[in-house]
Design a protein around this ligand. Structure first.
Ligand SMILES: *Cc1c(COP(=O)(O)O)cnc(C)c1O
Length: 379
């Protein structure tokens, strides 16, 4: 089936008792056994819930995997995936990581004996150079947040396969509509479903998807053991959000391109970061690896004060963390999403104090451009 057909139907046959077209919210903690020694396939709702199961099956279909697991947040999903590792294992990660993931690695998982090396995985050869005999997992974000650099996923998958290293990709920025890491040979995809997958800024959630039965078995075990599951109501919201994922992504992409072009031509703007611009350092790779460029655009103004003047004057675009919703969200990475990244590291990554990041929503693009124009006059 096509992508939109799967988004609307995969894992969601009509409910058998009433024929309900939408998957009901099974708000229950437990299920009755018909007799001792036999249950219906549903025994306890941390282990299995029909609403969550429908979402997990739908997510597996959209990413082209065999198994998916839904968690209480994107961070819970990433934490669960890192539980594939043992004490003493070494991880190589993209250096320009989502701030919360960096914090989880450095301030939580390190204490459990995992070791981390950060490499600019967009740079050819950087991943191989960071390999150690104990490397068991490679963790990649592409495009990265907020500088949108792009890593060659086929290359990462090939390097990892040869050495039996688990490859993991955070696919939050592209969604499976524009990027399918599993088809390129990656082992596990993670998402913050909070962003494009749900798309309506009304739920926190995450997922992990894989096509490898051995990893799926361990992920299922950890999900049930650690218990960071997505609730039935949030599962239902994400199922509803998914139905329009293709429509929304097409619009995010169209308007993202328009905003990037507008900023590129603007006198107050120094630098624009968007994989769809021909001068983006990995533009050719982005065209090959992704089927769209998405709605995330970053740019730099002269300094912090210019950014503050602009952000304080916006009327339509909301100054907020998060991204991927139907509404345009705009943020200041250095003091908001990436505040937990040390200042020296931020500078090294190019996250300057004059940087602004936009998650272009699906409002009429003329209104978004007009708001940016009037606010930029203050910059
Ligand atoms: C938001 C985000 C996360 C964390 O997800 P939560 O749902 O907020 O826990 C992880 N990775 C990326 C790329 C994100 O944007």
């Amino acid at each position: 089936m096509g992508f939109s057909t799967d988004a609307i139907h995969a894992g969601q046959p009509p409910e058998p008792t009433t024929g309900s077209v939408t998957v009901p919210i099974y708000q229950t903690s437990t299920y009755v056994y018909p007799e001792l020694g036999r249950h219906t396939g549903f025994d306890y709702a941390r282990s299995i819930n029909p609403t969550r199961l429908a979402l997990e099956r739908c997510l597996a279909a959209l990413e082209g995997g065999s198994h998916a697991y839904a968690y209480a947040s994107g961070m819970a999903a990433i934490d669960a995936v890192m539980n594939l590792l043992d004490h003493g294992d070494h991880v190589i990660s993209t250096s320009n990581l989502y701030g919360g993931t960096f914090r989880l690695f450095e301030h939580v998982l390190k204490r459990h004996g995992l070791e981390f090396t950060y490499a600019d995985t967009a740079e050819p050869g950087a991943l191989e150079k960071a390999l150690q005999p104990k490397t068991r997992l490679v963790y990649v974000e592409t495009p990265t947040n907020p500088v949108l650099s792009v890593t060659d996923l086929k290359q990462v998958a090939d390097i990892c396969k040869k050495r039996s290293i688990i490859s993991v990709v955070d696919n939050t920025f592209m969604s499976p509509y524009f990027q399918k890491p599993l088809a390129l040979g990656i082992d596990v995809v993670v998402h913050s479903t909070t962003k494009y997958i749900n798309g309506h800024s009304d739920s926190i959630g995450g997922c992990a998807v894989t096509g490898r039965a051995d990893l799926a078995e361990r992920l299922a075990f950890v999900q049930n053991s650690a218990g960071a599951i997505l609730s039935p109501f949030d599962s239902w919201l994400v199922l509803r959000g998914l139905k329009t994922l293709a429509l929304r992504m097409q619009c995010h992409d169209r308007s993202g391109r328009a905003v990037a072009d507008f900023l590129k031509a603007h006198a107050k703007v120094d630098k624009v970061y968007y994989p769809g611009l021909p001068d983006h350092p990995q533009h050719a790779l982005a065209k090959r690896q992704m089927s769209g460029f998405g709605g995330m655009v970053s740019f730099t103004l002269a300094d912090y004060d210019a950014a503050k003047r602009m952000l304080d004057r916006l009327k339509l675009c909301a100054l907020a963390e998060s991204l991927g919703g139907v509404e345009t969200l705009i943020c200041h990475p250095a003091s908001m999403t990436h505040a937990s990244v040390p200042a020296a590291e931020r500078r090294r990554l190019g996250i300057v104090d004059g940087m602004v990041r936009i998650s272009v929503g699906v409002e009429d693009v003329e209104d978004i451009l007009a708001d940016l124009e009037q606010a930029l006059q203050a910059a």
